[in-house]
Write a protein that binds this ligand. Structure first.
Ligand code: HEM
Length: 547
């Protein structure tokens, strides 16, 4: 039966079965209009998908794609989109939210952002406000003068001979008196290596930055309430970036959901930082009353306690707390997770493991007669010689950068070298994880673990900081980079020399969505002791043939 549209929009037909023609016709008409609108909107959204990498729906923008992406591996979802879009895409969030942003993995844009036009791309108010509860005004979350002052002070400390000496000594203590005995005790029982490494780097950063030793890495692996609180806090804080600001702010006000968790976990973090500051103040008071005038200690926290702010006043306890929390994030959660990914990758690449073992055994065998210690404790000049190990760690960081994405905000209108127009206030995400997986940067084998790509004639050769962005670049290049390499090499060499680390079969390994790239379920491993009689038996040069 044919139907025709009447002038008032209802449908009329020719047969008796249309007894309900008036009311039913109007429903049918509305349905047809709705179907037409849906088809129109879908076609338009799909056309946008071709252009922008994702369908753009009226009102909700690209939200459905984002929700679907976040349900799986969010980093892979961003990577797929970036690859499809040639290295940069514009994310359109729902109307009336501030989720719009430009996402890029293009080295030309990174150089523009981090170096050439550094002054035009601060962290900005949006990101600073999302992380303020956790990071306060600490170095990671500061711009302009507040950042410059902290950077200058920390930079002097990090580049001093005293700091280098302290880091080397602290690592000998941590690895030989704590890590290796703990590993020795576990024998072949499965344990979470990421957890052990996080304990090590936590103790280490507290020793070198605050001059305190929390003693988390010790036999029995005691519960560390701070660690739980800190991990929960970084996870809950990261979720703010995928929520409209109004939503997380309302949840924060009510103390519900992830915001309730964030509030509770920040309390746990603050308790630890407050205790460190209180204790240090007491110690300094005693030392100065003894006439030592604060000269005994010169760790980073003490240096900040001695400084005065722009008004000539000592820094507040709140600001000292921010310094502690930021340095814990910088020093605890980066090299530990990098090492966890590194050991996981080695487990799948036995050839690379053999090359590392060969290199470190050769280094031991090169020692002079009176120079051999037992057990072997690597010296700083030996750690420096570990070129293949450095290449393997860098390759792990290329594929699993400890900071998987980072952010900036546009101060004044600008244009990226790839032609993307950046309006004032635009939020920019640069995706380090995705950069390691771009064929356009690393070639067809970009997803393979190949330490050799970093070696020329057996020597480690670095890449541009705008291609290999794991340590950031430009004026905000990671301050702890040299220390982190030394620490990771020292730990990895000590472990690999003694053990084969085997990942428990079927243990799920996936990244967690947080500020740093934890393995969501940790890294369950068992250890197999190596025959120590082989140590030192490697003849000079024998290890270099394979790389
Ligand atoms: C594998 C280890 C490490 C990686 C991959 C890494 C990576 C990074 C990245 C990507 C940034 C830029 C963050 C941002 O601006 O949002 C950064 C900054 C920083 N890192 Fe590292 N880091 C590592 C280890 C360390 C360690 C061990 C320390 C200190 C103990 C440290 C201290 C810092 C500091 C102080 C900054 C702030 C620099 C600034 O904003 O001027 N890092 N790091």
């Amino acid at each position: 039966m044919k139907t025709v549209e009447s002038s008032n929009g209802t449908y009329v037909g020719g047969g008796s079965s249309w007894g309900v023609v008036e009311g039913g016709g109007s429903v049918l008409g509305a349905v047809e209009v709705l179907v037409a609108v849906v088809i129109f909107v879908t076609i338009r959204a799909m056309r946008e998908k071709k252009r922008q990498g994702m369908p753009v729906w009226p009102v909700i923008g690209m939200l459905p794609s984002m929700v679907a992406g976040l349900r799986g591996n969010a980093y892979e979802w961003v990577t797929r989109t970036l690859v499809r879009q040639g290295g940069t895409f514009v994310f359109k969030g729902p109307t009336f939210t501030n989720l719009n942003c430009v996402v890029t993995a293009d080295p030309r844009n990174l150089e523009h952002l981090l170096k050439t036009r550094f002054g035009n791309f601060p962290k900005g108010p949006y990101f600073r406000s999302a992380l303020r509860d956790l990071l306060g005004d600490g170095i990671f979350n500061a711009d302009d003068d507040a950042w410059r002052r902290q950077r200058k002070t920390a930079s002097i400390e990090f580049h001093s001979a005293r700091f280098r000496d302290l880091t080397a000594r602290s690592l000998v203590e941590l690895v030989h008196a704590r890590l290796l005995p703990v590993l020795d005790q576990t024998a072949s029982t499965p344990f979470d290596l990421q957890n052990v490494l996080l304990r090590l780097t936590f103790d280490n950063v507290c020793m070198i930055a605050f001059g305190v030793d929390p003693g988390c890495l010790r036999p029995g692996l005691p519960a560390v309430p701070f660690a739980r609180a800190f991990e929960d806090a970084t996870e809950a804080a990261a979720l703010r970036f995928v929520m409209p600001t109004a939503v997380w702010k309302a949840m924060r006000l009510l103390g519900v959901g992830t915001e309730g968790k964030l509030r509770r976990s920040i309390k746990g973090v603050d308790e630890f930082a407050d205790e460190v500051i209180r204790t240090r103040k007491k110690e300094l008071a005693i030392e100065s009353s003894d006439g030592d005038a604060m000269n005994i200690r010169s760790d980073l926290l003490t240096i900040f306690m001695r400084l005065r702010d722009e008004e000539g006043k000592p820094y507040s306890d709140k600001f000292l707390r921010d310094i502690c929390v930021n340095f814990i994030l910088a020093g605890r959660d980066t090299s530990s997770v990098a090492l966890a990914w590194f050991f996981w990758l080695l487990n799948q690449n036995p050839e690379a493991e053999r090359n590392i073992l060969s290199e470190i055994r050769r280094i031991v065998s090169e020692r002079g007669e009176g120079d051999s210690d037992n057990p072997v404790v690597f010296k700083p000049e030996e750690v420096k010689k570990m070129e293949y190990l450095q290449a393997a760690l860098t390759e792990a960081l290329r594929l699993y950068p400890s900071v998987p994405v980072d952010h900036k905000e546009v101060t004044e209108e600008d244009v990226f070298p790839d032609g993307t127009v950046l309006k004032r206030g635009t939020k920019i995400i640069y995706a380090m994880y995705s950069m390691g997986r771009m064929e356009s940067i690393w070639g067809k084998d970009c997803r393979e673990f190949k330490p050799e790509r970093w070696l020329r004639e057996g020597r480690f050769v670095s890449e541009s900081a705008y291609k290999f962005t794991a340590f950031n670049g430009g004026p905000r290049l990671c301050l702890g980079k040299d220390f982190a390499y030394y620490q990771m090499k020292f730990v990895a060499a000590a472990v690999i020399l003694r053990y084969r680390v085997a990942v428990v079969p079927d243990h799920p390994v996936v990244p967690k969505l947080a500020l740093t790239m934890y393995m969501k379920y940790g890294l369950k491993v068992t250890l197999c002791k190596r025959d120590q009689s082989e140590v030192g038996s490697e003849r000079q040069g024998s290890g270099s043939e394979s790389y």
